[in-house]
Design a protein around this ligand. Structure first.
Ligand code: ADP
Length: 449
């Protein structure tokens, strides 16, 4: 069924990103927004806009009834959830479909399975993905956990089954701390996610974070669009991402890509997904799957030429994938910097009025952002205000272009993370591509000390 009008259940740069893909397909858009976002760019550009509540996300962007009502009032025939907010809420996906509105996302049962990390790990194992050694499901007995930890060796990491956004994890380096940390992790998970289920796995010392972009048509056809390296993280949050990974060979990519696309095909997966791995000494270890579009998807678009949002919409219309694995080519290199409204060194949020704004431009430079001069960044939401994505034939060329583009970006009135990115690009370890998920925090600590 062709889609004519999409309600975008999100805000900021991703709402704009979806609006752009929709308009390029001749599809109308409906923006929903909180009172704090009345002046936002995604609201200005959409064909229709509906205010769905006060600033607090729980009463607006997470309010299922308000969003469904808005879709009915606006006559939307599809909903795109973006990332975050309701994007991985299986119940919401079911409600959307029950209202005869196309859900631009995976099948609700797959969202549910992958949203529970214990279930996700079990499913990934059954589909043949390599796992981090650890507990076979949730931890119920401390004695059992102790035996297992002895077997796989310390340090181990205790993770919440319902955890997300880098929260709900505890590293344990000796047997005498295990019981206390398991209890603490359970209590914290209970209050943060309403579920005290925890599981245990080997803590990898110095891995990279490498994830594969996948797409399925829901009928058993699936492809992979290569990997992204997201090892530059602070507090488990990604700061800069690149594709391809500086450490994978084309053979590694083909082998692992083959394994993930076969898994998605066997599952009958529909739409966009990301399979996240830790990578150490040439081995991949599955950690989780995200059943949605990722913040860092543009680096994949840059090296494949595939518009991932367009692809999501096509699949929701019941169309086949627009490219086959054989047709896909990976060309050159791409890097994305997440630009946040925050102090570049203390990371304290810095919302407020943007007095001057000038986006970088030029060949192979893309800025995804809802910013404009005079816009007030509200204090209620995520601090990411822009993504700068550059591409080039080689990684070296890409780094040079990124330096040049960062020089051109002007955001005044608030503090931003641009100075952090400028400093990062000068570091020999970054230039050589020799960094793990620990690198950024160690570098920041050294810089401070
Ligand atoms: P979330 O859903 O909260 O993002 P993930 O399972 O994706 O949680 O893990 C987030 C980050 O935590 C990873 O990118 C990695 O930096 C770290 N991490 C997770 N599991 C392990 C592990 N077994 N060993 C070492 N680091 C880990």
């Amino acid at each position: 069924m062709p889609i004519r009008r999409i309600l975008i259940a999100n805000r900021g740069e991703i709402a704009l990103r979806i609006h752009r893909a929709a308009h390029e397909m001749g599809i109308e858009t409906v923006a929903v927004h909180s009172t704090a976002d009345a002046e936002a760019m995604h609201v200005r550009l959409a064909d229709h806009a509906i205010c769905i509540g006060p600033p607090a996300a729980a009463q607006s962007y997470l309010d299922v009834a308000a969003i469904i009502s808005a879709a009915e009032i606006a006559g939307a025939d599809a909903i795109h959830p973006g990332y975050g907010f309701l994007s991985e809420n299986a119940k919401f996906a079911e409600i959307v479909e029950a209202h005869d509105i196309a859900w631009i996302g995976p099948k609700p049962e797959h969202i549910r399975t992958m949203g529970d990390k214990v279930e996700a790990k079990r499913t990934a194992g059954a589909l043949g993905l390599p796992l981090v050694p650890g507990s076979d499901g949730a931890i119920s007995e401390i004695v059992e956990a102790k035996r297992l930890a002895d077997e796989i060796g310390y340090p181990v990491i205790i993770k919440a089954a319902s955890g997300g956004g880098g929260r709900g994890m505890k590293v344990c380096s000796s047997p005498d701390q295990l019981e206390t940390l398991i209890k603490q992790a359970g209590n914290e998970a209970k209050s943060a996610f309403g579920d005290d289920t925890v599981y245990l796995e080997k803590y990898l010392g110095n891995p990279r974070h490498i994830e594969f972009q996948v797409f399925g048509d829901g009928e058993g056809n699936a492809i992979h669009l290569g990997e992204r390296d997201c090892s530059l993280q602070r507090r488990h949050q990604k700061v800069l991402e690149e594709a391809p990974s500086p450490v994978l060979t084309p053979e590694d990519r083909e082998r692992m890509g083959g394994i993930v696309s076969k898994a998605m095909s066997d599952m009958g997966y529909r739409g966009a997904g990301t399979i996240e791995f830790l990578w150490e000494d040439g081995e991949f270890y599955f950690i989780e799957m995200n059943t949605r579009l990722q913040v860092e998807h543009p680096v994949t678009e840059a090296i494949t030429g595939v518009d991932l949002v367009r692809e999501q919409i096509r699949i929701a219309e019941g169309k086949p994938l627009s490219v086959t694995q054989d047709e896909l080519e990976f060309t050159g290199h791409a890097i994305e910097c997440r630009i946040n409204a925050e102090d570049p060194w203390t990371f304290a949020p810095s919302p407020g009025k943007v007095t001057t704004y000038h986006a970088a431009g030029g060949m192979h430079v893309r800025v995804d952002s809802g910013l404009y001069a005079g816009y007030s960044i509200p204090p209620y939401y995520d601090s990411m205000i822009a993504k700068l994505i550059v591409s080039g034939r080689t990684r070296e060329g890409c780094i040079m272009r990124l330096k040049r583009a960062l020089e051109e970006m002007v955001i005044e009135g608030v503090k931003t993370s641009i100075p952090l990115h400028e400093e990062l690009l000068k570091q020999p370890d970054f230039i050589s591509g020799d960094y793990s998920i620990k690198w950024l925090e160690e570098w920041l600590a050294k810089r401070e000390g």
